[in-house]
Design a protein around this ligand. Structure first.
Ligand code: HEM
Length: 421
């Protein structure tokens, strides 16, 4: 992209400590290198693979338990636990249990107990609170200050506790998690950039709230689309059965051999992008398509609209994973270039999402496990696909509640976990 560097700042709030809001400068470049090397790059993902496999297995066992008891499950809740555990363990070696759930539920209960209008305002304010972390007071936002302060206080206490634990016992989980890495940079003398404690806290708040919700929203929508389309479900299952079989659980290394599953995930992200718009700012004036764009012009890219544009996509409103199956080898390069311009669920360029590979793997194995191991019963004929705005993204208006029924015999179920590598 010719203008990538020029539009690589968001400049939302100049004094916030976050990574997401950081201008394209020294702090951003320093942190980006650090997180790619230690969390999102190929080698780091290889190191953390066993964490994700372990969490997938726990989630699977939990669903087996629900199936045995003939209980229905809220897919959002299951996905939240699985993805939350993965991201929290990769970040600071802890599962997404009590405390983080508590901070989340303080926020949840404040929102739930509010009327519709207040609910919408609160969701937007909480979004900014996450972006700004501890800057809300400085900005003088007085609306619902008490509610927001309660959530911030909880988060701050939790992060202080985790920081202290890591300070006292570095590598306590037997590996260098992201908190260990950031703490050693914070305490070290020779780092290229002097980060502060607030940088560390703001970074984790963004990871927890940005990273978990995005994956959870995608899992919900994609499962809903599959359950509503039995032909797609059947084709997916045939592919997984023939590649993975029934004697072990799907794993990340299977994904390159499951093109239809990959296509289903991509289609879920196209039709229901959890980040529907991105915001950037032009650092310098420039000419685009014969027009002069002055410096500091804000740029909003409507990913949602681009990925549903009938000029780019055939039957744009239909869930058709086949569109992502590349037909011939010679066409691949051409298709890749074309898609880089119209398929943007993770944004793009220097400020594109650094966690796209991690997310494709987490989404692929989660949806893959749900399809490989269970039939899903719904109440009524079809899942209700109504949506609603939650802050800036479109989520399902009604909970996706499904009842899992195991597809496998008792013996197969038992072996599935024992034979995991
Ligand atoms: C389905 C999953 C996800 C989607 C669709 C998604 C999408 C996005 C998008 C659209 C952006 C803005 C890109 C741009 O401006 O061009 C972004 C940025 C970002 N995402 Fe994600 N994201 C996902 C998961 C995650 C996860 C799991 C994490 C971390 C654990 C994460 C961390 C970040 C960070 C740190 C940024 C800021 C990057 C920067 O400013 O350079 N995302 N994401």
């Amino acid at each position: 992209m010719t203008h990538d560097v020029n539009i690589s700042s968001r400049n939302l709030f100049s004094d916030a400590s976050g990574f997401f809001t950081a201008p394209y400068g020294e702090y951003f470049k320093f942190m980006k290198k650090l997180i790619v090397t230690n969390m999102f790059g190929p080698q780091a993902l290889e190191h953390s693979r066993s964490i994700r496999a372990d969490e997938l297995e726990r989630s699977y066992m939990n669903l087996v338990d629900k199936a045995k008891k003939k209980e229905s499950v809220d897919i959002k809740k299951e996905a939240m636990e699985l993805i939350g555990n993965i991201i929290c363990r990769m970040s600071f070696g802890r599962r997404f249990t009590e405390e983080i759930g508590e901070a989340d539920s303080v926020q949840g209960s404040v929102i739930k107990s509010s009327g519709t209008k207040k609910k919408m305002i609160l969701e937007i304010l909480f979004f900014f609170e996450i972006l700004l972390f501890r800057q809300v007071e400085k900005l003088g936002i007085s609306l619902f200050k008490k509610d927001i302060t309660a959530v911030l206080k909880k988060l701050n206490e939790l992060l202080e506790k985790i920081l202290l634990e890591h300070k006292e016992k570095p590598n306590m989980n037997g590996y260098n998690d992201m908190m260990d890495v950031l703490l050693s940079v914070y305490e070290g003398e020779n780092a290229d950039y002097k980060i502060t404690k607030n940088h560390i806290k703001a970074f984790f708040v963004e990871l927890i709230f940005g990273g978990i919700d995005t994956n959870v929203i995608t899992i919900q929508w994609t499962m809903a689309e599959i359950v509503n389309n039995p032909i797609i479900m059947e084709r997916l299952r045939e592919e997984i059965d023939s590649v993975v079989g029934k004697s072990r659980l799907i794993q990340e290394t299977d994904l390159p051999n499951l093109p239809y599953l990959q296509a289903v995930i991509k289609e879920g992200l196209r039709l229901h992008p959890p980040v529907p718009q991105i915001l950037r700012e032009f650092q310098q004036g420039c000419k685009i398509g014969g027009f002069f764009v002055p410096e500091k012009t804000k740029l909003i890219v409507n990913l949602y609209a681009v990925m549903r544009d009938p000029d780019f996509w055939e039957d744009p409103l239909e869930f058709k994973p086949e569109r992502f199956l590349t037909s011939s080898r010679s066409g691949q390069e051409e298709e890749r270039n074309e898609q880089a311009m119209k398929y943007l669920p993770f944004g793009g360029g220097r400020r594109g999402c650094p966690a796209s590979k991690l997310s494709y793997m987490a989404l692929g194995t989660t949806i893959g496990m749900m399809v490989q191991c269970f039939e899903w019963r719904i109440i009524g004929e079809k899942v209700n696909m109504d949506d609603r705005y939650k802050c800036f993204s479109k989520t399902m208006a009604h909970p996706l509640t499904l009842t899992p029924v195991t597809r496998l015999s008792n013996l197969e179920l038992k072996n599935l976990v024992n034979l995991q590598t």
